[in-house]
Design a protein around this ligand. Structure first.
Ligand code: KMH
Ligand code: ZN
Length: 309
């Protein structure tokens, strides 16, 4: 098996500050945790911003500028900006920072779907901020909008015009067919870096059978040579599912965006802790971690010198 790409998603827009004191929120925290994650072996950093005072997911360019320039200066990791942002944001808002920064990579969610976070309300907590509880409650009526028109716009404005390549987020089998559709339209070129997303309520569940079937169908739709797959899984399914991906020859994504824990019931103290753990696992499986330059060559990226940071 060839090298393995470790992506680390540092903060995301799913968890809220009351859930973990280790969730990075300020620009300085995101930059520091990103640096440590890169040093631990993450070659791609998947990035969202937050309001540094409230911890609320943010689309503001000034909040991205709190950590993107530092990460560009202090690491050679591939910076991958989310275009999903938060499901509560408009597409214009989600795209503001990626369009300004023109990153080497951007995420691209391959279908409109439910994105239900309210089960995380489960137990009582002391909420640090007023926004957290209603934010989670209202996800019982939230549509994460990623229509074909939205996808085409992102491909055009970020891909064609700014030379970004994509982390294609596929939460379900249908999203692979949408990806095939855009390949047939000639709007994307291989190799496709496909992120299989497990365990979001609204997408496929974290079952091993789903992973084997997704790989089987990706082989059928794209051929073994034209795509790479990576896996992320939410919550306690993170490590089991990404380990399975590594054993199957795939790539892995960890980070506090996807799971706040390092073991059952135990909060991860940093993103780097999760990176170090999966690195040890994959190396014991006989995989070799790909450094950023090899990732750039493998995925056909434009190079860090071409981003606005
Ligand atoms: N939060 C993950 C489930 C994005 O940023 O575009 C998916 C994600 C979406 O990372
Ligand atoms: Zn994300």
């Amino acid at each position: 098996m060839s090298g393995i790409i470790i992506t680390c998603a540092l903060t995301g827009s799913i968890h809220t500050p009351s859930m973990s004191p280790y969730l990075p929120v300020t620009g300085a925290q995101i930059a520091q945790q990103g640096l440590e994650a890169a040093q631990a072996g993450a070659s791609i950093l998947h990035l969202h911003a937050r309001n540094p005072v409230t911890g609320q997911p943010s689309a503001a360019l000034q909040d991205f500028n709190g950590f993107v320039p530092a990460l560009a200066r202090d690491t050679d990791a591939v910076l991958n900006l989310s275009t999903g942002g938060s499901a509560v944001m408009s597409l214009d808002d989600r795209l503001a920072a990626p369009l300004a920064i023109a990153p080497e990579m951007a995420s691209l969610n391959m279908g409109t779907m439910n994105f239900a976070l309210y089960p995380m309300l489960g137990r009582d907590r002391d909420w640090l901020h007023d926004w957290e509880r209603p934010f989670l409650e209202n996800t019982d009526d939230l549509v994460f909008k990623n229509t074909p028109r939205d996808i085409a716009r992102i491909l055009h404005n970020l891909g064609v015009e700014r030379g970004a390549r994509f982390e294609f987020e596929c939460y379900d089998l249908s999203h692979l067919y949408m990806l095939r559709h855009f390949a047939d339209r000639g709007l994307i070129q291989p190799p496709y870096f496909i992120q299989f997303v497990f365990g979001v309520l609204g997408g496929m569940g974290p079952d091993a059978e789903n992973l084997t079937h997704m790989v089987r169908m990706a082989d059928k739709l794209f051929g073994g040579e034209d795509y790479l797959f990576s896996v992320l899984a939410a919550g306690r399914f993170q490590m089991p599912l990404v380990t399975m991906a590594a054993a199957m020859g795939g790539h892995v994504r960890v980070g506090l965006e996807d799971s706040l824990t390092i073991a059952r019931g135990q909060l991860a103290r940093s993103n780097a802790e999760q990176v170090a753990k999966i690195r040890e696992i994959v190396e014991r499986l006989g995989r070799v971690v790909m450094p950023p330059d090899q990732v750039r060559a493998t995925l056909g990226l434009k190079g860090a010198e071409h981003i606005n940071a």
